[in-house]
Design a protein around this ligand. Structure first.
Ligand code: MG
Length: 158
């Protein structure tokens, strides 16, 4: 049995924060603002995984007013989400993502992000797609005020 899920996230770019996307630190003068490490890509992946099994959303499982999640490494939240999926008897068939960022250029980081996600999710890199695009100067992403992501996942019952 297959179950499909989608996720979206957006975070504001600010001074004085590290830019972490897909568990990888990216060289850029600004970072994403959030209660956790604000890893926008991992957040949309978590929402896609939870959505596929109608398990609510990231805020239900990891509330952003809970002090235990302050500045937390989002890869830890992804590992916990993976456990939830496995407890329901599902595994990831494949995962497709788009990062929307006017800056920085994401291309050099995509192989690193795929490798990192492959390690965390314990699936082959070939099952993880990461695409990136600018917003052609439009919208808050295009104005370099934010970065957003979309994720789609297909789960299969083992
Ligand atoms: Mg988020």
């Amino acid at each position: 049995m297959f179950r499909i899920g989608q996720g979206f996230d957006i975070h504001k770019l600010v001074e004085g924060r590290k830019l972490i996307i897909g568990g990888i630190e990216i060289d850029y003068p600004k970072g994403l603002l959030g209660h956790s490490d604000a890893d926008v890509l991992i957040h949309s992946i978590i929402d896609a995984l939870l959505g596929a099994l109608a398990l609510g959303d990231i805020g239900t499982h990891f509330p952003d007013n809970d002090p235990q999640y302050k500045n937390i490494d989002s890869t830890i939240l992804l590992k916990e989400t993976k456990k939830l999926i496995e407890e329901k008897g599902y595994k990831i068939n494949n995962l497709d993502n788009t990062i929307f960022a006017q800056e920085p250029k994401m291309k050099p980081y995509i192989p690193l992000i795929r490798e990192k996600l492959s390690q965390i999710l314990e699936i082959d890199k070939d099952l993880i797609s990461i695409k990136a695009k600018t917003m052609e100067g439009q919208d808050s992403v295009g104005e370099k005020k934010s970065i957003s992501t979309q994720s789609v996942v297909l789960l299969i019952k083992e």
